[in-house]
Design a binder for this molecule. Structure first.
Ligand SMILES: OC[C@H]1O[C@H](O)[C@H](O)[C@@H]1O
Length: 295
């Protein structure tokens, strides 16, 4: 069992297809696109890859099917130095998939089909117990069953580790999961759902939302898109960081890049302001990289 800092991501793996077009189709419309690109995705998979890229030991617990899409995702984790010992191959389902349709401005709409991701649960947590230690930062999202997240969070907390959740896509967090969370990262939409009040996507709006959510969670990061990010914790620490300005090529996966780097920096013991700054820069770099150039 390792005692070095470790990021363990428990979450989703999707085979992503990015379709580029001049505009997103309206109801009943067929648009002629310009290109499409297959890539590895799922918020969990993306966050694990971003964490591993910083050099910290990173493991993924997840599930794919026994199909070509699943093999593609596992070989990508392998290439990007993410330990995938506990990515299970589930013969009874299809690998999770996401199709995102982009317009000329880089904005997109996406549909995900969760497939194998929904089979994750207690047995995956029990099998991967060695990855849930007192030096582990466990990273969760909301693309797998809530009960699976609860089981993993309980296991790592019992071992003395910490839990960071990216509560995306927006869905309520169960009463069982809430008290197990050390740091929550949300965008304006997710913050609105959890705080129960409208959140303005500005730095002031993000800080205001973080102050509200810190009554529920010990540490809160609220991202405000092109404006930047705000952080508050229960010790009264507050930080606001403006976004790095770049020409937007695609915002797809930028949140995951932010989370992966943030998790790696926190697990390595970096001060929160430094961790946020590094994550902010990494996300901006990705936003400025066209889909076709992403590997
Ligand atoms: O955040 C982007 C990710 O969300 C969805 O899970 C897609 O698979 C994509 O990779």
């Amino acid at each position: 069992m390792t005692t070095a800092p470790l990021v363990t991501v428990f979450g989703s793996l999707h085979y992503d297809i990015a379709v580029m077009g001049p505009a997103r189709p309206r109801k009943g419309e067929t648009v002629t696109g310009t290109s499409w690109h297959p890539k590895s995705g799922g918020k969990g998979g993306n966050q694990a890859v971003s964490s591993a890229r910083t050099g910290i030991a990173t493991s993924m617990i997840g599930a794919v099917a026994d199909d070509d899409f699943g093999r593609f995702l596992i070989s990508n984790l392998d290439r990007k130095n993410v330990d995938h010992t506990f990515v299970r191959r589930d013969a009874s389902t299809s690998t999770g998939m996401s199709v995102a349709i982009f317009d000329a401005e880089g904005d997109y709409g996406a549909v995900i089909v969760s497939g194998s991701n929904l089979t994750l649960g207690d047995t995956d947590v029990a099998a991967a117990q060695d990855l849930l230690t007192k030096t582990t930062l466990l990273v969760l999202q909301s693309e797998i069953p809530d009960a699976a997240n609860v089981a993993a969070a309980r296991a790592v907390k019992q071992a003395g580790g910490r839990v960071l959740i990216n509560a995306a896509p927006a869905r309520p967090l169960s009463a069982d999961l809430q008290p197990l969370i050390d740091i929550i990262v949300v965008n304006a939409i997710e913050a609105e759902l959890l705080a129960g009040v409208p959140v303005v996507e500005t730095l002031d709006g993000a800080l205001d939302a973080a102050r509200k959510l810190v009554r529920i969670f010990p540490g809160v990061v609220v991202t405000a898109g092109g404006a930047g990010v705000a952080y508050a914790n229960r010790d009264g620490e507050e930080t606001v960081i403006a976004a790095v300005k770049v020409k937007v090529e695609s915002t797809h996966g930028a949140g995951d890049e932010f989370i992966g780097v943030l998790a790696a920096e926190i697990a390595s013991g970096r001060a929160m302001t430094d961790a946020l700054q590094k994550a902010n820069k990494a996300a901006a770099r990705l936003v400025g990289t066209p889909e076709k150039d992403r590997v």
